[in-house]
Design a protein around this ligand. Structure first.
Ligand SMILES: Cc1cc2nc3c(=O)[nH]c(=O)nc-3n(C[C@H](O)[C@H](O)[C@H](O)COP(=O)(O)O)c2cc1C
Length: 395
């Protein structure tokens, strides 16, 4: 009885009330989630994406291989390139950045990169991304082979849009042919073969975090977060992925014969490899380190771009990706010799934050930022964006 009285007194006291109502965070840390009407840069989408999805889905997009040195360097490299202000700045209305890539007319030199598993990001998924890309001045989208929506459903979902498809080499030529038939018959006009996934078992976070230990994936790397739970055995325990160690350029010769439209080779970081890609029939190459998800401690894509541009010497178009977040980034890559750029994570931020409308807004934002910087640098057309517009101070 006496104890109950004491308990009642404590509960009624201001001290107990203060304890019960402790504010979990200082007020200064309060963040509001922006609405689509409020986002102003690509970076504004990222925290919305973070807040919308479970952590493994966030981590699958955000992270890179190993210590993530290359992931960080991809962004740093853009800081090391100055845009030279022009005394002959022009009005943005005079800027026209349209071009043609392998027969495809593009209003802006921006492409949605192939990235796996979009449905976990947002129910609109790959279909939403394709609709968004098409609505944003007919932007080309490249569908990942690890799509979470079958190509037969994605391709017809956005009439008037252009969809190409990305492919990871399959050791069996019969399986390769089957893939080519499925994707090309569904309407994928161009095929991108990614060759930079030989050495590394990427998505570090899927290995070390979130699952309470290492897990094996039952499907391919792009199957996304949450797939597979078996315990790894043998070499796989040490991140040795034997699945892709057999690549050769002869394989590309076989693929070349199966691809009816343009064949692009993605994952080139070396001038000699660029030459090999041309020798083996590539119609274009993509200078890319897979957004830092492939081999850590490799160079940033931007640093190696100029030497590859010099080696290719205009023989075929060069696309670029890894680290693009702003219009100025795109401008720098173009000035250093790329004919167009691809966006991976940024496109995913847009979709994951606000679905189809978000992805469209994000692409349009980058387009407008690119127009703005081009105008400021006095570049009215794509061919004006050249070496003279920038100064690279790579360290
Ligand atoms: C979550 C995620 C999944 C990806 N999946 C694929 C893929 O299936 N095939 C592929 O060729 N590249 C894939 N990539 C690499 C992208 O095509 C692109 O090279 C990279 O995202 C560019 O870097 P950025 O994210 O900094 O723009 C993926 C990238 C991310 C972030």
């Amino acid at each position: 009885m006496a104890l109950a009285r004491v308990a009642g007194l404590v509960a009624a006291s201001p001290v107990a009330a203060a304890v019960a109502q402790i504010d979990p965070r200082p007020l200064g840390e309060h963040r509001r989630v922006l609405s689509l009407a409020e986002v102003q840069t690509a970076f504004d989408f990222e925290p919305v994406f973070h807040g919308n999805v479970i952590l493994p889905v966030y981590d699958y997009t955000a992270h890179g291989d190993g210590s993530e040195f290359t992931l960080r360097r991809n962004r740093q490299a853009f800081d090391w390139v100055d845009i030279l202000p022009s005394r002959a700045a022009i009005p943005a209305s005079q800027v026209d950045l349209s071009s043609e890539l392998l027969g495809l007319k593009m209003k802006f030199p921006i492409i949605v990169a192939p990235t796996a598993a979009m449905v976990p990001l947002h129910p609109d998924g790959e279909i939403g991304m394709f609709k968004a890309a098409t609505a944003a001045s007919n932007t080309l989208m490249i569908l990942s082979t690890n799509t979470s929506t079958p190509v037969a459903q994605v391709a017809p979902a956005s009439p008037g849009g252009t969809l190409w498809a990305q492919f990871y080499p399959l050791q069996s030529l019969a399986a390769t042919q089957q893939w080519m038939d499925t994707y090309q018959n569904a309407g994928a006009g161009g095929v991108i073969v990614t060759i930079d996934q030989q050495a590394s078992y990427y998505e570090r976070t899927q290995q070390d975090r979130n699952f309470g230990g290492r897990v094996a994936r039952t499907a391919g790397p792009g199957a996304g977060a949450g797939s597979g739970t078996a315990v790894l055995t043998g070499a796989a325990r040490y991140r040795i992925n034997s699945g892709r160690l057999w690549y050769t350029w002869q394989y590309i010769d076989a693929v070349r014969k199966m691809v009816k439209g343009p064949l692009l080779i993605k994952g080139i970081l070396d001038p000699q490899d660029a030459g090999m890609a041309i020798d083996h029939g590539a119609d274009a190459i993509i200078v890319s380190n897979h957004g830092g998800r492939s081999m850590d401690y490799g160079p940033s894509s931007l640093e190696v771009l100029p030497e590859i541009v010099a080696a290719v010497n205009g023989r075929i178009p060069i696309l670029f990706d890894s680290g693009i977040r702003r219009g100025t980034d795109i401008f720098k890559a173009l000035a250093l010799g790329a004919n167009g750029v691809m966006i991976g994570r940024t496109a995913r931020w847009g979709l994951a934050a606000f679905g189809t409308a978000g992805a469209q807004r994000l692409i349009e934002m980058l387009q407008q930022e690119l127009v703005q910087v081009s105008a400021a640098a006095g570049c009215a057309k794509l061919s004006d964006i050249g070496k003279k517009a920038v100064k690279a101070n790579f360290v």
